[in-house]
Design a protein around this ligand. Structure first.
Ligand code: GUN
Ligand code: ZN
Length: 447
């Protein structure tokens, strides 16, 4: 057992029906090992209340620091780190001119491996401890990411990007060498092999990953849905309703479906643990379908602002009770920083405010990137919070990290003011440490 003393931020309700946070100004976080040897939270609360019960446990004191749940990023593309900041008129030319050329390089295991290590290091430097991320259509890219995440004991979910049409030939899923020349069937065979090799190993998870409906044939989407039915606890990730040209394209390719979103439903791809990036241009029936199937939206505000895709409608999503979480969407998104993403989400919420009379509170923004994002992944009570039983992934924030942060946070009179200071002024400098839950049975590093 070990314990940490500092201010502690967490969400007292689980599953998080409300996004109300608590800041224990002089708190104690006590960690222990669960039955599987995983380091989890045993107790969290006021130091003065918990200290007598845990007097025998060694305590590390981080005076002036804030312990908070590690951030959860529910949508990104690890192969797009080099694509950040590439200008384009919109999504489709951005894919064609920048993203597809870069993704072609992930055929090489060495290229993928260094990119995966860099991406994981950036996540951790920015305080992100759980991520759902795309790989490319090359099995080596999936292998490389799982290996890099495993080396850091991270909770990470990825999968083989499924594309069997409407993309450059060397980015389409490839047939087996010397085997049957059927790229569609091979993409499903490769997905299943990677799933069986990695899903549930340590803290890794597999996501069935059709890129988006326009780059998959009916056969590939049907196969992906069948795979999902055979493996009900794996994740599904894709994109939907991001951009008007994309929507028109998807509608033309799948005219029998009621809407772009329902194309995925028609192939069995909407369910709990299915995460659809963007969900900007949905209608009320689509939102009801998201709720009914338990699928979740990944809200990607820096990407949507950068590519001019539009604004996620928080008011309508909340009105139906749709599940969602925040995401960087690197490299359409412009930053790895959860603070930048939360601030962009706030701007987007302000845009909606004029229509619906609401604005996103700092506690709700923070929840969307921690406990709420975990809920969107079906991992509430596992990550994204610091309640007893949660895996011990957390960040140590230094509110004095920059002169302006120090000056401004010293003036905060409430939790909302303090969180807003960090959301508006924060970046990687605010994150002093990122601590990943140890596998105590396997790890000699644990004291
Ligand atoms: N739609 C299909 N592929 C992508 C992608 O790589 N990024 C974004 N933002 N949208 C997509
Ligand atoms: Zn994306």
């Amino acid at each position: 057992m070990k314990a940490y003393r500092a201010a502690i931020l967490y969400f007292p309700e689980t599953p998080s029906a409300s996004s109300a946070a608590v800041l224990e100004s002089d708190g104690l976080l006590v960690l222990c090992a669960n039955a599987q040897g995983r380091q989890v939270v045993q107790a969290v609360g006021a130091y003065r209340d918990l200290q007598p019960r845990f007097a025998h446990v060694p305590v590390t004191h981080w005076a002036g620091r804030i312990i908070a749940p590690g951030f959860v990023d529910v949508h990104s593309h690890y192969p797009q780190t080099n694509v950040i900041g590439s200008p384009a008129a919109g999504l489709l030319p951005w894919l064609e001119n920048y993203t597809f050329p870069e993704e072609k390089r992930f055929l090489s295991l060495e290229y993928a491996a260094q990119a995966a290590r860099f991406f994981i290091a950036e996540l951790l430097r920015h305080g992100v401890t759980t991520a759902l991320t795309f790989a490319t259509s090359h099995p080596a890219s999936v292998e490389a990411m799982f290996q890099a995440a495993q080396a850091q004991h991270m909770r990470l979910i990825t999968g083989l990007c499924l594309m069997d049409r409407h993309a450059p030939a060397d980015l389409l899923n490839q047939p087996a060498q010397g085997g049957k020349p059927d790229a569609t069937a091979q993409s499903l065979v490769d997905s299943e092999a990677l799933l069986r090799r990695w899903h549930g190993v340590d803290r890794l998870g597999y996501a069935i990953t059709p890129r988006f409906a326009p780059t998959s044939s009916e056969a590939q989407l049907r196969g992906a849905g069948e795979l999902a039915a055979r493996y009900p606890d794996v994740w599904i990730q894709s994109h939907v309703a991001e951009n008007l040209a994309e929507i028109a394209w998807a509608r033309a390719l799948f005219p029998a479906s009621r809407s772009y979103l329902s194309t995925y439903a028609d192939f069995g791809l909407l369910r709990a643990r299915a995460v659809f990036a963007h969900c900007i241009h949905l209608d009320d029936e689509d939102r009801a379908l998201m709720l009914q199937t338990g699928a979740a939206a990944a809200v990607c505000p820096t990407s949507n602002l950068f590519l001019g895709s539009g604004f996620f409608d928080y008011a309508k999503a909340d009105a139906v009770g749709m599940t969602y979480g925040l995401a960087s969407d690197v490299g359409g998104g412009t930053s790895f920083s959860p603070f930048h993403t939360m601030l962009a989400a706030y701007f987007v919420g302000r845009e909606g405010q004029t229509k619906a009379g609401l604005s996103l509170s700092p506690q709700h923004l923070w929840w969307q990137h921690t406990a709420g994002a975990a809920q969107a992944l079906g991992l509430d009570g596992v990550v994204g919070n610091l309640l007893p039983g949660c895996e011990a992934d957390f960040v140590v924030l230094n509110p004095q990290a920059t002169p302006l942060l120090a000056r401004k946070t010293a003036l905060a009179n409430s939790l909302d003011e303090l969180l807003f200071d960090m959301i508006v002024l924060g970046d990687d400098r605010l994150v002093e440490k990122t601590i990943i839950s140890q596998d105590i049975l396997a790890s000699s590093a644990y004291e």
